[in-house]
Design a protein around this ligand. Structure first.
Ligand code: BDR
Ligand code: CA
Length: 306
């Protein structure tokens, strides 16, 4: 089977770093470019982290700097979860220089020129992807699918109502949901099934000795515990795993709407799993995960990297 051409938009970020490794290790995906947005930490750090992770994998993929903040609203980082450097304090050797040009322009040019429709993987605030689609709405016709880690049908993680990526740029998420391309979403309720428990962390560490696997293990070991769950959710790799091995997931097509009004509900994703109300565009919600299969896949793929 031909590898699926993808562009990954990210804000590394502990889980973004592991998501990039998973994608770059997987022959099912042809990662054509990586675009970076400010999110978990400021853009300067998310960009440096993306470049460092790519260098660690030894792959040659262009990395573009994107938006430093969302379309509206304040910029808020998530250093409580990702640490001041965005990688839970783990320091990686610096990577190469970013590719010339801006994420917005790279996305536009690459989607427009793609011989076959591209898949966009969004695992940070959706600003870069939305800017490209706002500048050039016809791009949606050459997008096979947009796969996001974003939102929640239940409780949020940055406010009681909102998940971090959705809350960081809800207007951008609304642009993606309405763009006309098929959208799939790994929400917090899905990623809460991908818990890094002490046993899973030990099993991952035992898979091998490579520098990427070691870095992934160190990042996960240094990441803070979840306040109520018996392990930390490994959010972003779920979106990647969906493209690599969709049989690990069950899905449901649900109408979705996002709260844009200022106030405590801003960034909340209303996901009608019962499908009773046409509140917004139908979106494929990843609903359940085979967690054992997911962690086995992750371990197996990380051992393919140096
Ligand atoms: C999402 O927010 C970020 O903190 C993580 O990298 C993930 O993309 C989870 O809410
Ligand atoms: Ca992220």
């Amino acid at each position: 089977m031909n590898p699926r051409p993808v562009i990954i938009d990210c804000d590394p970020g502990t889980d973004d770093a592991i998501a990039l490794m998973l994608a770059l290790a997987s022959p099912e995906l042809d990662v054509q470019a990586i675009t970076v947005v400010g999110g978990n930490v400021g853009l300067e750090k998310t960009l440096a982290n993306a470049l460092a992770v790519v260098a660690l994998t030894g792959k040659k993929v262009p990395v573009y700097a994107g938006a430093a903040r969302g379309l509206l609203g304040p910029f808020t980082s998530e250093v409580r979860v990702h640490g001041e450097n965005g990688l839970a304090g783990i320091v990686l050797p610096p990577g190469a220089a970013p590719a010339p040009g801006l994420a917005l322009d790279a996305l536009r040019a690459r989607v427009r020129a793609a011989a076959a429709p591209l898949t966009l993987l969004g695992i940070g605030p959706a600003t870069n992807l939305a800017l490209a689609l706002m500048a050039e709405p016809d791009l949606a016709g050459n997008i096979a699918e947009i796969v996001l880690m974003s939102g929640a049908w239940g409780e949020g993680n940055v406010t009681p109502a909102a998940e971090f990526n959705a809350w960081s740029d809800p207007e951008a998420l609304a642009v993606l949901l309405a763009c006309g391309a098929p959208v799939a979403m790994a929400t917090l309720d899905l990623t809460a099934q991908a818990l890094v428990t002490p046993a899973r962390l030990a099993a991952l560490g035992a898979c091998g000795q490579g520098r990427c696997l070691s870095a992934a293990r160190d990042i996960l070991a240094a990441s803070p515990a979840h306040p109520f769950l018996p392990g930390a959710p490994l959010h972003d790799p779920c979106a990647i795993a969906y493209l690599i091995r969709p049989t690990l997931f069950t899905t449901r097509l649900c109408p979705i709407a996002i709260d844009l009004a200022p106030g405590p509900a801003r960034g909340r994703t209303h996901i009608d799993r019962r499908g009773r109300h046409a509140i917004g565009p139908p979106t494929l919600i990843l609903e359940t995960l085979d967690a054992a299969g997911f962690f086995a896949l992750l371990g197996e793929r990380l051992t393919r990297l140096p």
